[in-house]
Design a protein around this ligand. Sequence first.
Ligand code: BG6
Length: 512
Amino acid sequence: MNKTFGVNPFTAPPPLGCAVDTPEPCALVIFGASGDLTKRKLIPSLYRLFKNRLLPPGFFVLGTGRTEMPSERFREVLLAGLRESLTEECDEACWRDFASLLHYQSMEYQNPQDYVATLAGRLSSLEQDMGSGGNRIYYLATPPTVYENIFTNLGRAGLSTGEGGSVKIVIEKPFGNDLASAQKLNKTLLAFFREEQIFRIDHYLAKETVQNILMFRFANSLFEPLWNRRYIDHIQITAAETLGIEQRAGYYEAAGVLRDMFQNHIFQLLALTALEPPATFSAPRVRDEKAKLFQSVRPFPLDRPDDCAVIGQYGRGSIDGKEVAGYREEAGVAPDSRTPTYAALKVFIDNWRWQGVPFYLRSGKRLAARRTEIAISYRSVPHLMFSRAMAGGIEPNTLLLRVQPDEGITLEIQAKNPGSRVCLTPVSLDFSYPREVELDAYEWVLLSCMEGDQMLFVRGDGVDLSWGLLTPLIEQLESKGATDLPTYTAGTDGPMAAAQLLEKDGRKWRPL
Ligand code: BG6
Protein backbone atom coordinates (compact mmCIF):
# COMPACT_ATOMS: atom_id res chain seq x y z
CA MET A 1 0.00 0.00 0.00
CA ASN A 2 1.57 3.27 -0.94
CA LYS A 3 -1.18 5.82 -0.46
CA THR A 4 -3.39 6.56 2.50
CA PHE A 5 -6.45 8.77 2.69
CA GLY A 6 -6.63 9.65 6.39
CA VAL A 7 -9.94 9.82 8.26
CA ASN A 8 -10.08 11.14 11.81
CA PRO A 9 -13.56 11.22 13.28
CA PHE A 10 -12.41 11.63 16.88
CA THR A 11 -11.57 15.31 16.78
CA ALA A 12 -14.23 16.13 19.41
CA PRO A 13 -14.92 14.52 22.82
CA PRO A 14 -17.28 11.52 22.75
CA PRO A 15 -20.95 12.52 22.32
CA LEU A 16 -23.18 12.45 25.38
CA GLY A 17 -24.33 8.90 26.05
CA CYS A 18 -20.99 7.41 24.98
CA ALA A 19 -19.34 8.35 28.28
CA VAL A 20 -18.66 5.59 30.80
CA ASP A 21 -21.05 5.45 33.78
CA THR A 22 -19.76 5.54 37.35
CA PRO A 23 -20.70 2.24 38.98
CA GLU A 24 -22.31 1.57 42.38
CA PRO A 25 -20.06 1.61 45.48
CA CYS A 26 -18.32 -1.72 46.09
CA ALA A 27 -15.50 -3.60 47.78
CA LEU A 28 -12.93 -5.31 45.59
CA VAL A 29 -11.38 -8.29 47.36
CA ILE A 30 -8.24 -9.42 45.55
CA PHE A 31 -7.02 -12.96 46.15
CA GLY A 32 -3.33 -13.17 45.26
CA ALA A 33 -2.77 -9.51 46.13
CA SER A 34 0.94 -9.93 46.77
CA GLY A 35 1.42 -11.36 43.26
CA ASP A 36 2.58 -9.93 40.00
CA LEU A 37 -0.80 -9.41 38.33
CA THR A 38 -2.02 -7.18 41.17
CA LYS A 39 1.10 -5.06 41.08
CA ARG A 40 1.52 -4.82 37.31
CA LYS A 41 -2.07 -4.69 36.02
CA LEU A 42 -4.84 -4.37 38.62
CA ILE A 43 -3.50 -1.56 40.78
CA PRO A 44 -2.23 0.59 37.87
CA SER A 45 -5.64 0.22 36.18
CA LEU A 46 -7.50 1.09 39.38
CA TYR A 47 -5.21 4.07 39.94
CA ARG A 48 -5.98 5.40 36.44
CA LEU A 49 -9.71 4.87 36.97
CA PHE A 50 -9.43 6.72 40.28
CA LYS A 51 -7.47 9.55 38.68
CA ASN A 52 -10.12 9.87 35.94
CA ARG A 53 -12.86 9.84 38.62
CA LEU A 54 -14.41 6.67 37.30
CA LEU A 55 -14.35 4.78 40.62
CA PRO A 56 -17.47 5.11 42.75
CA PRO A 57 -17.47 6.79 46.17
CA GLY A 58 -17.29 4.11 48.88
CA PHE A 59 -15.00 1.95 46.74
CA PHE A 60 -12.11 0.15 48.45
CA VAL A 61 -9.69 -2.72 47.86
CA LEU A 62 -9.03 -5.49 50.35
CA GLY A 63 -5.97 -7.38 49.16
CA THR A 64 -5.41 -10.87 50.56
CA GLY A 65 -2.46 -13.22 50.36
CA ARG A 66 -0.37 -15.69 52.35
CA THR A 67 2.38 -13.14 53.01
CA GLU A 68 1.99 -11.39 56.37
CA MET A 69 2.24 -7.61 56.11
CA PRO A 70 0.48 -4.50 57.37
CA SER A 71 -1.57 -2.41 54.93
CA GLU A 72 1.18 0.28 54.95
CA ARG A 73 3.72 -2.20 53.58
CA PHE A 74 1.18 -3.42 50.99
CA ARG A 75 0.80 0.16 49.75
CA GLU A 76 4.57 0.63 49.50
CA VAL A 77 4.92 -2.51 47.38
CA LEU A 78 2.06 -1.38 45.14
CA LEU A 79 3.51 2.10 44.71
CA ALA A 80 6.81 0.62 43.52
CA GLY A 81 4.89 -1.56 41.02
CA LEU A 82 2.82 1.41 39.89
CA ARG A 83 5.91 3.51 39.18
CA GLU A 84 7.29 0.71 37.00
CA SER A 85 4.03 0.16 35.10
CA LEU A 86 2.88 3.71 34.42
CA THR A 87 4.02 5.32 31.22
CA GLU A 88 3.21 8.77 32.65
CA GLU A 89 4.47 10.33 35.91
CA CYS A 90 2.79 9.07 39.06
CA ASP A 91 0.82 11.96 40.60
CA GLU A 92 1.88 11.83 44.28
CA ALA A 93 -1.17 13.65 45.68
CA CYS A 94 -3.50 11.45 43.69
CA TRP A 95 -1.62 8.34 44.85
CA ARG A 96 -1.99 9.39 48.52
CA ASP A 97 -5.78 9.66 48.16
CA PHE A 98 -5.96 6.43 46.21
CA ALA A 99 -3.68 4.58 48.67
CA SER A 100 -6.12 5.32 51.52
CA LEU A 101 -8.54 2.94 49.73
CA LEU A 102 -6.06 0.02 49.76
CA HIS A 103 -6.10 -2.46 52.65
CA TYR A 104 -4.49 -5.83 53.23
CA GLN A 105 -5.37 -8.99 55.12
CA SER A 106 -3.23 -12.12 55.24
CA MET A 107 -5.00 -15.48 55.10
CA GLU A 108 -4.54 -19.13 54.07
CA TYR A 109 -6.72 -19.96 51.06
CA GLN A 110 -6.91 -23.63 52.03
CA ASN A 111 -8.19 -22.89 55.52
CA PRO A 112 -12.02 -22.59 55.73
CA GLN A 113 -11.77 -20.88 59.14
CA ASP A 114 -9.88 -17.95 57.64
CA TYR A 115 -12.90 -17.13 55.46
CA VAL A 116 -15.43 -17.30 58.26
CA ALA A 117 -13.45 -15.44 60.89
CA THR A 118 -10.67 -13.36 59.34
CA LEU A 119 -11.99 -12.41 55.89
CA ALA A 120 -15.68 -11.97 56.70
CA GLY A 121 -14.90 -9.92 59.83
CA ARG A 122 -12.40 -7.59 58.17
CA LEU A 123 -14.64 -7.12 55.17
CA SER A 124 -17.72 -6.10 57.14
CA SER A 125 -15.78 -3.70 59.31
CA LEU A 126 -14.22 -2.01 56.25
CA GLU A 127 -17.62 -1.90 54.55
CA GLN A 128 -19.02 -0.02 57.51
CA ASP A 129 -16.11 2.43 57.59
CA MET A 130 -16.02 3.04 53.83
CA GLY A 131 -19.76 2.93 53.09
CA SER A 132 -19.51 0.47 50.22
CA GLY A 133 -23.09 -0.72 50.70
CA GLY A 134 -22.33 -4.46 50.88
CA ASN A 135 -21.56 -4.88 47.16
CA ARG A 136 -18.57 -7.21 46.78
CA ILE A 137 -16.32 -8.34 43.96
CA TYR A 138 -13.93 -11.23 44.55
CA TYR A 139 -11.06 -11.13 42.08
CA LEU A 140 -8.98 -14.30 41.73
CA ALA A 141 -5.47 -13.22 40.78
CA THR A 142 -3.95 -16.42 42.19
CA PRO A 143 -2.47 -19.42 40.41
CA PRO A 144 -5.36 -21.58 39.09
CA THR A 145 -4.36 -24.42 41.44
CA VAL A 146 -6.16 -22.67 44.32
CA TYR A 147 -9.31 -21.60 42.40
CA GLU A 148 -11.45 -24.51 43.58
CA ASN A 149 -10.38 -23.98 47.20
CA ILE A 150 -11.38 -20.35 47.04
CA PHE A 151 -14.79 -20.96 45.36
CA THR A 152 -15.63 -23.68 47.85
CA ASN A 153 -14.47 -21.89 50.97
CA LEU A 154 -16.19 -18.62 50.00
CA GLY A 155 -19.38 -20.58 49.35
CA ARG A 156 -19.24 -22.59 52.58
CA ALA A 157 -18.52 -19.44 54.59
CA GLY A 158 -21.73 -17.92 53.21
CA LEU A 159 -19.75 -15.27 51.33
CA SER A 160 -21.04 -16.09 47.85
CA THR A 161 -24.40 -14.48 48.48
CA GLY A 162 -24.83 -10.85 49.46
CA GLU A 163 -26.42 -9.42 52.59
CA GLY A 164 -28.21 -6.53 50.94
CA GLY A 165 -25.55 -6.09 48.23
CA SER A 166 -24.47 -7.85 45.06
CA VAL A 167 -21.66 -10.42 44.99
CA LYS A 168 -19.54 -11.10 41.90
CA ILE A 169 -16.52 -13.24 41.23
CA VAL A 170 -13.84 -12.55 38.63
CA ILE A 171 -11.63 -15.38 37.39
CA GLU A 172 -8.43 -14.98 35.42
CA LYS A 173 -7.40 -17.33 32.66
CA PRO A 174 -6.42 -20.12 32.26
CA PHE A 175 -9.87 -21.53 32.99
CA GLY A 176 -9.01 -25.23 32.94
CA ASN A 177 -6.33 -27.04 31.04
CA ASP A 178 -8.59 -29.14 28.82
CA LEU A 179 -12.29 -29.92 28.47
CA ALA A 180 -12.51 -32.20 31.52
CA SER A 181 -10.73 -29.81 33.90
CA ALA A 182 -12.75 -26.81 32.65
CA GLN A 183 -16.00 -28.71 33.17
CA LYS A 184 -14.92 -29.69 36.69
CA LEU A 185 -14.00 -26.09 37.51
CA ASN A 186 -17.32 -24.81 36.16
CA LYS A 187 -19.19 -27.41 38.20
CA THR A 188 -17.53 -26.37 41.49
CA LEU A 189 -18.00 -22.69 40.70
CA LEU A 190 -21.67 -23.13 39.83
CA ALA A 191 -22.29 -25.04 43.05
CA PHE A 192 -21.77 -21.77 44.93
CA PHE A 193 -22.24 -18.91 42.44
CA ARG A 194 -24.89 -18.25 39.78
CA GLU A 195 -23.71 -17.66 36.20
CA GLU A 196 -24.85 -14.00 36.47
CA GLN A 197 -22.31 -13.54 39.29
CA ILE A 198 -19.40 -15.03 37.35
CA PHE A 199 -16.97 -12.95 35.27
CA ARG A 200 -14.45 -15.16 33.41
CA ILE A 201 -11.79 -12.87 31.99
CA ASP A 202 -10.49 -12.86 28.47
CA HIS A 203 -8.65 -9.55 28.33
CA TYR A 204 -8.76 -9.57 24.50
CA LEU A 205 -12.52 -8.94 24.67
CA ALA A 206 -11.80 -5.67 26.46
CA LYS A 207 -9.43 -4.33 23.82
CA GLU A 208 -10.94 -1.31 22.10
CA THR A 209 -10.76 -2.74 18.58
CA VAL A 210 -12.15 -6.09 19.66
CA GLN A 211 -15.14 -4.33 21.22
CA ASN A 212 -15.46 -2.48 17.95
CA ILE A 213 -15.90 -5.63 15.84
CA LEU A 214 -19.62 -5.96 16.61
CA MET A 215 -20.20 -2.21 16.28
CA PHE A 216 -18.41 -2.16 12.97
CA ARG A 217 -20.29 -5.16 11.64
CA PHE A 218 -23.76 -4.23 12.83
CA ALA A 219 -23.80 -0.43 12.86
CA ASN A 220 -22.76 -0.08 9.22
CA SER A 221 -25.08 -1.23 6.47
CA LEU A 222 -22.21 -1.34 4.02
CA PHE A 223 -20.25 -4.39 5.13
CA GLU A 224 -22.73 -6.90 6.53
CA PRO A 225 -24.33 -7.78 3.15
CA LEU A 226 -20.83 -8.71 1.94
CA TRP A 227 -19.91 -10.62 5.12
CA ASN A 228 -20.39 -14.12 3.79
CA ARG A 229 -19.20 -16.90 1.49
CA ARG A 230 -20.42 -15.15 -1.68
CA TYR A 231 -17.98 -12.26 -1.30
CA ILE A 232 -15.30 -13.42 1.13
CA ASP A 233 -12.52 -15.69 -0.05
CA HIS A 234 -10.92 -16.37 3.33
CA ILE A 235 -10.16 -14.78 6.69
CA GLN A 236 -6.81 -14.62 8.51
CA ILE A 237 -6.63 -14.02 12.25
CA THR A 238 -3.15 -13.30 13.57
CA ALA A 239 -1.83 -12.72 17.09
CA ALA A 240 1.94 -12.43 16.70
CA GLU A 241 4.27 -11.55 19.54
CA THR A 242 7.94 -10.65 19.62
CA LEU A 243 8.15 -11.49 23.33
CA GLY A 244 9.32 -14.90 24.44
CA ILE A 245 7.92 -16.59 27.53
CA GLU A 246 9.63 -14.17 29.94
CA GLN A 247 9.63 -15.60 33.49
CA ARG A 248 6.62 -17.86 32.92
CA ALA A 249 8.27 -21.17 31.99
CA GLY A 250 6.48 -23.02 34.82
CA TYR A 251 3.08 -22.12 33.40
CA TYR A 252 3.98 -22.10 29.71
CA GLU A 253 5.68 -25.50 29.62
CA ALA A 254 2.38 -27.12 30.61
CA ALA A 255 0.25 -24.82 28.45
CA GLY A 256 1.86 -24.14 25.06
CA VAL A 257 0.42 -21.76 22.52
CA LEU A 258 -2.84 -23.61 21.82
CA ARG A 259 -3.97 -23.44 25.44
CA ASP A 260 -2.39 -20.05 26.09
CA MET A 261 -3.71 -18.11 23.07
CA PHE A 262 -6.15 -20.15 20.96
CA GLN A 263 -8.71 -21.61 23.38
CA ASN A 264 -9.43 -18.10 24.63
CA HIS A 265 -8.19 -15.03 22.72
CA ILE A 266 -8.06 -16.35 19.15
CA PHE A 267 -11.32 -18.28 19.42
CA GLN A 268 -13.04 -15.20 20.83
CA LEU A 269 -11.78 -13.16 17.85
CA LEU A 270 -13.06 -15.91 15.56
CA ALA A 271 -16.47 -15.89 17.23
CA LEU A 272 -16.89 -12.10 17.04
CA THR A 273 -15.84 -12.07 13.40
CA ALA A 274 -18.12 -14.90 12.33
CA LEU A 275 -21.19 -14.87 14.60
CA GLU A 276 -24.72 -14.12 13.35
CA PRO A 277 -26.33 -10.78 14.34
CA PRO A 278 -27.54 -11.04 17.95
CA ALA A 279 -31.16 -9.99 18.55
CA THR A 280 -29.99 -7.27 20.96
CA PHE A 281 -26.63 -5.86 21.99
CA SER A 282 -26.68 -7.51 25.39
CA ALA A 283 -24.35 -9.99 27.04
CA PRO A 284 -26.81 -12.94 27.04
CA ARG A 285 -27.73 -12.55 23.36
CA VAL A 286 -24.15 -12.00 22.19
CA ARG A 287 -23.00 -15.01 24.22
CA ASP A 288 -25.85 -17.11 22.73
CA GLU A 289 -24.55 -16.30 19.25
CA LYS A 290 -20.97 -17.12 20.23
CA ALA A 291 -22.12 -20.50 21.54
CA LYS A 292 -23.99 -21.17 18.27
CA LEU A 293 -20.89 -20.24 16.31
CA PHE A 294 -18.65 -22.59 18.32
CA GLN A 295 -21.23 -25.34 17.76
CA SER A 296 -20.89 -24.75 13.99
CA VAL A 297 -17.09 -25.06 13.89
CA ARG A 298 -16.19 -28.23 12.01
CA PRO A 299 -14.31 -30.69 14.25
CA PHE A 300 -10.64 -30.94 13.29
CA PRO A 301 -9.82 -33.99 11.11
CA LEU A 302 -7.79 -35.88 13.72
CA ASP A 303 -6.78 -38.60 11.26
CA ARG A 304 -5.12 -35.89 9.08
CA PRO A 305 -3.87 -33.23 11.55
CA ASP A 306 -1.37 -31.87 9.00
CA ASP A 307 -4.30 -30.69 6.86
CA CYS A 308 -5.47 -28.32 9.56
CA ALA A 309 -2.64 -27.63 12.01
CA VAL A 310 1.01 -26.67 12.10
CA ILE A 311 2.93 -26.17 15.32
CA GLY A 312 6.48 -25.04 15.97
CA GLN A 313 8.92 -23.96 18.66
CA TYR A 314 11.27 -20.99 18.48
CA GLY A 315 14.99 -21.50 18.28
CA ARG A 316 17.71 -18.86 18.72
CA GLY A 317 17.47 -15.77 16.59
CA SER A 318 17.35 -12.03 16.84
CA ILE A 319 14.59 -9.59 17.70
CA ASP A 320 15.10 -5.88 17.02
CA GLY A 321 18.77 -6.55 16.33
CA LYS A 322 19.31 -8.33 19.68
CA GLU A 323 20.29 -12.00 19.96
CA VAL A 324 17.67 -14.01 21.83
CA ALA A 325 17.76 -17.53 23.26
CA GLY A 326 15.84 -20.44 21.83
CA TYR A 327 12.83 -21.74 23.77
CA ARG A 328 14.69 -24.79 25.08
CA GLU A 329 17.43 -22.52 26.44
CA GLU A 330 15.02 -20.35 28.46
CA ALA A 331 15.26 -20.63 32.27
CA GLY A 332 12.91 -23.30 33.56
CA VAL A 333 12.31 -24.97 30.18
CA ALA A 334 13.26 -28.63 29.72
CA PRO A 335 16.16 -29.03 27.23
CA ASP A 336 14.03 -31.52 25.27
CA SER A 337 10.75 -29.65 25.72
CA ARG A 338 8.04 -30.37 23.13
CA THR A 339 5.89 -27.41 24.05
CA PRO A 340 4.75 -25.50 20.93
CA THR A 341 5.26 -21.74 20.95
CA TYR A 342 3.64 -21.27 17.50
CA ALA A 343 0.52 -22.69 15.91
CA ALA A 344 -1.42 -22.13 12.71
CA LEU A 345 -4.85 -23.70 12.25
CA LYS A 346 -7.26 -23.94 9.36
CA VAL A 347 -10.84 -23.83 10.56
CA PHE A 348 -14.15 -24.23 8.72
CA ILE A 349 -17.55 -23.15 9.94
CA ASP A 350 -20.38 -25.36 8.83
CA ASN A 351 -23.29 -22.98 8.42
CA TRP A 352 -25.02 -21.14 5.56
CA ARG A 353 -22.94 -18.00 5.88
CA TRP A 354 -19.48 -19.54 5.96
CA GLN A 355 -19.64 -22.88 4.16
CA GLY A 356 -16.33 -23.40 2.31
CA VAL A 357 -14.61 -20.23 3.61
CA PRO A 358 -11.36 -21.11 5.40
CA PHE A 359 -10.41 -19.20 8.55
CA TYR A 360 -6.65 -19.32 9.00
CA LEU A 361 -5.61 -18.65 12.59
CA ARG A 362 -2.03 -18.16 13.76
CA SER A 363 -0.24 -17.10 16.90
CA GLY A 364 3.30 -17.40 18.14
CA LYS A 365 5.99 -16.03 20.37
CA ARG A 366 9.30 -14.54 19.19
CA LEU A 367 7.97 -13.71 15.74
CA ALA A 368 9.09 -10.93 13.42
CA ALA A 369 6.60 -8.36 14.70
CA ARG A 370 4.04 -7.74 17.42
CA ARG A 371 0.75 -7.61 15.58
CA THR A 372 -2.82 -8.74 16.21
CA GLU A 373 -5.22 -8.35 13.31
CA ILE A 374 -8.18 -9.82 11.50
CA ALA A 375 -7.84 -9.69 7.72
CA ILE A 376 -10.98 -10.26 5.66
CA SER A 377 -9.91 -11.12 2.10
CA TYR A 378 -12.60 -10.55 -0.49
CA ARG A 379 -12.92 -12.54 -3.69
CA SER A 380 -11.25 -11.32 -6.87
CA VAL A 381 -13.38 -9.35 -9.32
CA PRO A 382 -15.28 -11.82 -11.55
CA HIS A 383 -14.04 -10.35 -14.83
CA LEU A 384 -10.89 -8.29 -15.30
CA MET A 385 -11.68 -5.74 -18.00
CA PHE A 386 -8.30 -4.06 -17.46
CA SER A 387 -6.50 -7.24 -18.40
CA ARG A 388 -4.22 -5.77 -21.06
CA ALA A 389 -2.76 -3.15 -18.77
CA MET A 390 -2.85 -5.31 -15.64
CA ALA A 391 -1.46 -8.54 -16.99
CA GLY A 392 -0.40 -9.69 -13.53
CA GLY A 393 -3.96 -9.32 -12.20
CA ILE A 394 -5.03 -7.01 -9.40
CA GLU A 395 -5.01 -7.60 -5.68
CA PRO A 396 -8.43 -8.42 -4.26
CA ASN A 397 -9.79 -6.07 -1.58
CA THR A 398 -8.87 -6.68 2.03
CA LEU A 399 -10.52 -5.27 5.09
CA LEU A 400 -8.13 -5.19 8.01
CA LEU A 401 -9.28 -4.90 11.61
CA ARG A 402 -6.10 -3.86 13.42
CA VAL A 403 -6.32 -4.94 17.06
CA GLN A 404 -2.79 -3.90 18.08
CA PRO A 405 -0.57 -1.98 17.90
CA ASP A 406 -1.94 1.02 16.02
CA GLU A 407 -5.58 0.11 16.61
CA GLY A 408 -7.91 0.86 13.73
CA ILE A 409 -9.38 -0.28 10.44
CA THR A 410 -7.91 -0.31 6.95
CA LEU A 411 -9.74 -1.01 3.71
CA GLU A 412 -7.39 -1.91 0.91
CA ILE A 413 -8.81 -0.97 -2.50
CA GLN A 414 -7.62 -0.27 -6.04
CA ALA A 415 -7.49 3.26 -7.48
CA LYS A 416 -6.47 4.73 -10.80
CA ASN A 417 -2.99 6.18 -10.99
CA PRO A 418 -3.34 9.89 -11.71
CA GLY A 419 -2.01 10.77 -15.16
CA SER A 420 -2.10 7.24 -16.54
CA ARG A 421 -4.70 5.88 -18.94
CA VAL A 422 -5.19 2.51 -17.26
CA CYS A 423 -2.98 1.84 -14.34
CA LEU A 424 -4.19 0.78 -10.93
CA THR A 425 -2.45 1.16 -7.60
CA PRO A 426 -3.47 -0.42 -4.32
CA VAL A 427 -4.37 2.29 -1.78
CA SER A 428 -5.81 2.16 1.69
CA LEU A 429 -8.67 3.92 3.44
CA ASP A 430 -7.43 4.19 6.95
CA PHE A 431 -8.98 4.87 10.32
CA SER A 432 -6.85 4.88 13.50
CA TYR A 433 -7.99 5.23 17.08
CA PRO A 434 -6.26 8.12 18.83
CA ARG A 435 -4.42 6.84 21.92
CA GLU A 436 -5.82 9.37 24.36
CA VAL A 437 -9.47 8.21 24.24
CA GLU A 438 -8.62 4.67 25.34
CA LEU A 439 -9.35 2.82 28.52
CA ASP A 440 -6.97 -0.11 28.65
CA ALA A 441 -8.21 -3.69 28.73
CA TYR A 442 -7.96 -4.10 32.51
CA GLU A 443 -9.67 -0.76 33.13
CA TRP A 444 -12.58 -1.99 30.98
CA VAL A 445 -12.63 -5.35 32.73
CA LEU A 446 -12.77 -3.75 36.20
CA LEU A 447 -15.38 -1.14 35.28
CA SER A 448 -17.61 -3.61 33.43
CA CYS A 449 -17.54 -5.99 36.34
CA MET A 450 -18.44 -3.21 38.81
CA GLU A 451 -21.35 -2.32 36.52
CA GLY A 452 -22.40 -5.97 36.31
CA ASP A 453 -22.04 -6.02 32.51
CA GLN A 454 -20.88 -9.46 31.34
CA MET A 455 -20.38 -8.50 27.68
CA LEU A 456 -16.58 -8.59 27.97
CA PHE A 457 -16.49 -11.92 29.82
CA VAL A 458 -16.87 -15.53 28.76
CA ARG A 459 -19.88 -17.66 29.71
CA GLY A 460 -19.38 -21.20 31.03
CA ASP A 461 -20.76 -22.86 27.89
CA GLY A 462 -18.39 -20.77 25.74
CA VAL A 463 -15.41 -22.06 27.72
CA ASP A 464 -16.58 -25.67 27.48
CA LEU A 465 -17.33 -25.43 23.75
CA SER A 466 -13.95 -23.95 22.85
CA TRP A 467 -12.13 -26.52 24.99
CA GLY A 468 -14.32 -29.20 23.39
CA LEU A 469 -13.07 -28.20 19.95
CA LEU A 470 -9.40 -27.87 20.83
CA THR A 471 -8.81 -30.64 23.39
CA PRO A 472 -8.88 -33.57 20.89
CA LEU A 473 -6.53 -31.70 18.55
CA ILE A 474 -4.10 -30.79 21.36
CA GLU A 475 -4.08 -34.41 22.54
CA GLN A 476 -3.47 -35.63 19.00
CA LEU A 477 -0.59 -33.19 18.45
CA GLU A 478 0.92 -33.96 21.85
CA SER A 479 0.87 -37.69 21.09
CA LYS A 480 3.03 -37.29 17.96
CA GLY A 481 6.83 -37.68 17.89
CA ALA A 482 9.19 -34.79 18.66
CA THR A 483 10.16 -34.62 14.98
CA ASP A 484 6.75 -33.13 14.19
CA LEU A 485 7.60 -29.97 16.09
CA PRO A 486 9.73 -27.87 13.71
CA THR A 487 11.96 -25.17 15.08
CA TYR A 488 11.66 -21.65 13.66
CA THR A 489 14.28 -18.97 14.02
CA ALA A 490 13.29 -16.28 16.51
CA GLY A 491 12.45 -13.03 14.72
CA THR A 492 10.97 -14.71 11.62
CA ASP A 493 7.40 -15.38 10.44
CA GLY A 494 7.29 -18.87 11.99
CA PRO A 495 7.83 -22.38 10.60
CA MET A 496 7.90 -23.02 6.82
CA ALA A 497 5.14 -25.58 7.23
CA ALA A 498 2.79 -22.77 8.25
CA ALA A 499 3.37 -21.02 4.94
CA GLN A 500 2.70 -24.31 3.15
CA LEU A 501 -0.64 -24.70 4.95
CA LEU A 502 -1.89 -21.73 2.89
CA GLU A 503 0.18 -22.38 -0.24
CA LYS A 504 -1.60 -25.74 -0.62
CA ASP A 505 -4.79 -23.68 -0.95
CA GLY A 506 -3.20 -21.18 -3.38
CA ARG A 507 -3.06 -18.43 -0.72
CA LYS A 508 -0.45 -16.60 1.34
CA TRP A 509 -0.21 -15.26 4.87
CA ARG A 510 -0.10 -11.51 5.15
CA PRO A 511 3.47 -10.54 6.01
CA LEU A 512 4.09 -9.72 9.67
C1 BG6 B 1 -1.88 -13.74 27.71
C2 BG6 B 1 -0.96 -14.88 27.45
O1 BG6 B 1 -3.19 -14.19 27.95
O2 BG6 B 1 -1.90 -12.87 26.58
C3 BG6 B 1 0.44 -14.39 27.13
O3 BG6 B 1 -0.91 -15.72 28.59
C4 BG6 B 1 0.40 -13.40 26.00
O4 BG6 B 1 1.31 -15.47 26.81
C5 BG6 B 1 -0.63 -12.31 26.29
O5 BG6 B 1 1.69 -12.83 25.88
C6 BG6 B 1 -0.80 -11.42 25.09
O6 BG6 B 1 -1.60 -10.33 25.46
P1 BG6 B 1 -1.43 -8.94 24.75
O7 BG6 B 1 -2.52 -8.10 25.34
O8 BG6 B 1 -0.05 -8.45 25.06
O9 BG6 B 1 -1.63 -9.21 23.30
